[in-house]
Design a protein around this ligand. Structure first.
Ligand SMILES: [Fe+2]
Length: 181
């Protein structure tokens, strides 16, 4: 579906945002074919242990991904609709970047989607897996994405798959599964 014309808006210079708390060299290249692959990766990191190269733990990342994707099932706060006018711009600019695995690093997360620090990794990995199943099994309509609008079922699942890969690349497994001892 072609993006509707919208007002001309300049996005922030996302490449120049602070990287002071992220070691970009240590970020993995990570992409998944489907959302279940992200669950598998989270379960793997939980099993073998992980190092953080960003601010969030495994549990926080899983919680954030769950909160973001469940917007499609529960909707979002009404006030966000005030910014619907910017969706065509974000669809033309930010969405393609996310989908090709080049999500901007350092963009601040909306406060209502920032996970609290005291979450349990195991509980959140399990809750993320259940959320993916709920999203997959959902038979009704999905709410529009707050930033990109209507994407359809496959569009949403693909977006959340890329989103999960973006966040999980900030963790690396402690044990390399390709090395047998
Ligand atoms: Fe995110």
């Amino acid at each position: 579906m072609p993006a509707a014309r919208g007002p001309v808006v300049s996005l922030p210079k996302i490449e120049t945002l602070s990287m002071s708390r992220v070691d970009k060299q240590k970020l993995r290249k990570l992409s998944f074919h489907q959302l279940e692959d992200a669950v598998q990766e989270a379960e793997h990191l939980l099993a073998v242990g992980y190092r953080r190269h960003g601010q969030w733990s495994l549990g926080q990342i899983c919680r954030h991904c769950r909160d973001v994707q469940e917007i499609s099932l529960r909707g979002f706060p009404q006030w966000i609709s005030m910014f619907a006018w910017i969706r065509p711009v974000l669809r033309r600019t930010l969405l393609p970047r996310i989908m090709r695995g080049a999500s901007p690093i350092g963009l601040p997360t909306a406060p209502w989607l920032v996970p609290r620090t005291e979450v349990d990794d195991r509980e959140e990995v399990l809750a993320f897996a259940e959320s993916v199943q709920r999203l997959r099994d959902h038979e009704g309509d999905y709410y529009p994405h707050p930033g990109f609008g209507q994407l359809g079922r496959d569009g949403l699942l693909n977006l959340y798959t890329a989103h999960a890969a973006h966040h999980l690349r900030f963790l690396s497994p402690v044990k390399d599964p390709s090395v047998t001892t």
